[in-house]
Design a protein around this ligand. Structure first.
Ligand SMILES: Cc1cc2nc3c(=O)[nH]c(=O)nc-3n(C[C@H](O)[C@H](O)[C@H](O)COP(=O)(O)OP(=O)(O)OC[C@H]3O[C@@H](n4cnc5c(N)ncnc54)[C@H](O)[C@@H]3O)c2cc1C
Length: 364
């Protein structure tokens, strides 16, 4: 049995950063990961390019966090998105900014990020054990005992970074919630968030159409971002973002021309009245969407009566899309809920009830 100052369970972004921080502060640290490699879920973000962080202000970040974002003020005041950017640059990884402040490695490869984190862990003298699935955790006489099926380690401080329950094929199956329950900490109800949406809207003619910077709104929630029509409904950042506010039964409004007012669209149609509707729209939106919106309308713009013009402007500015449900946790990007934040000290992420036990990342 080997003793460590700190053991970290789960080698996703939270676990890798926790290991780096522990080792940086002089702790003898061990990172345990059940997959063959670290960062499996992180590798899939940003379409495999790794959406490292965002360049926005703290307020921008807070706005993007549904629920109790205030909990994160304290940790962000110690290490925020700009520290993440500086961290990678100091460690030889060049980042670039794309739309909406999204930051990616210039290599466009997740591996660059994961390799840099792994190198830093080893450079600071911490140990990594992959293919090590923790099956139980106990605390005896102020010491934590961490066991796999055939091996055990002990430590003074335990950091649980096992992720949530979304996309369990990446390894995050909710084990950290079991650890919390074992120590009698409350775990809130788990729900899918950032989920692709199922809709009652024609799928076949629209499948595969991707729209840049359109506005999707429901109630007071208005999201302007990219959107993708799929064979089941909607995906892409705008749909994923708005999914936190819907369950099924709501009607979304889609504005495919958010930079134009209804008057601008009306004027555009007047100026292009001699064109076919399809060709007129093709200059504004993807061709297949132009075809879909021109169905059941006359061929030319000038042939439309005022009611048909009004209906076309409505389609462009406020297409109504009924949501029938969301993808379940298996295909959702993020878990809503986890170890109850009331159980956790926001400055140190340590359990208020169990000294030495910490939780970080999506497990919270
Ligand atoms: C397709 C996809 C795209 C995404 N895109 C974005 C994005 O663009 N921006 C963004 O901010 N977020 C995105 N996310 C969410 C983001 O990836 C997660 O929030 C993040 O990875 C959570 O980090 P974590 O370290 O808390 O947990 P995870 O990354 O889930 O890591 C937890 C690790 O713990 C390990 N583990 C679990 N149980 C055990 C055990 N018993 N023993 C040992 N190891 C264990 C798992 O194998 C896993 O490697 C996306 C998610 C998906 C699925």
């Amino acid at each position: 049995m080997t003793h460590f100052d700190t053991i970290i369970i789960g080698g996703g972004p939270a676990g890798m950063m926790a290991t780096i921080s522990s080792a940086f502060h002089g702790k003898k640290a061990l990172l345990l990961e059940k997959n063959r490699r670290l960062g499996k879920k992180l590798a899939g973000t940003g379409g495999g390019r790794c959406n490292v962080t965002n360049s926005g202000t703290l307020e921008d970040l807070m706005e993007g966090i549904p629920g109790n974002g205030r909990f994160l003020y304290s940790v962000f005041s110690q290490f925020d998105n700009h520290d993440i950017i500086a961290f990678f640059e100091e460690n030889g990884v060049k980042l670039k900014e794309e739309d909406h402040g999204r930051m990616f490695p210039t290599t466009d490869k997740s591996r660059t990020i994961i390799q840099a984190l792994e190198n830093k862990i080893l450079e600071l003298g911490a140990q990594i054990k992959t293919q090590f699935e923790v099956v139980s955790v106990k605390k005896k006489d102020q010491i934590f005992i961490v066991k796999s099926a055939d091996c055990e380690f002990t430590c003074d401080q335990l950091i649980v970074t096992t992720g949530g329950k979304a996309y369990p094929s990446t390894g995050s199956t909710g084990f950290g919630h079991d650890i919390a329950r074992h120590f009698k900490l409350k775990v809130t109800e788990i729900e899918a968030a950032e989920s692709p949406l199922l809709t009652d809207f024609p799928h076949k003619p629209l499948q595969g159409i991707s729209l840049d910077d359109v506005t999707l709104s429901y109630d007071k929630h208005v999201i302007t971002h990219d959107l993708l029509f799929t064979h089941f409904g909607l995906s892409g950042p705008a749909a994923l973002r708005i999914s936190s506010f819907v369950r099924g039964g709501e009607i979304l409004s889609l504005d495919v021309l958010p930079k134009m007012t209804r008057e601008d669209v009306s004027q555009y149609l007047t100026e292009n009245r001699d064109k076919s509707i399809k060709n007129g729209l093709k200059a504004l939106i993807p061709e297949r969407l132009a075809e879909f919106f021109s169905e059941e309308l006359p061929e030319k713009i000038k042939q439309m009566d005022p009611k048909q013009t009004e209906s076309l402007i409505n389609k462009l500015k406020a297409t109504q899309i009924p949501v029938t449900g969301k993808m379940n946790l298996t295909k959702s990007f993020v878990t809503k809920g986890g170890v109850d934040l009331k159980e956790i000290n926001p400055k140190t992420l340590e359990s208020k009830k169990v000294p030495g036990l910490h939780f970080a990342g999506e497990v919270l």
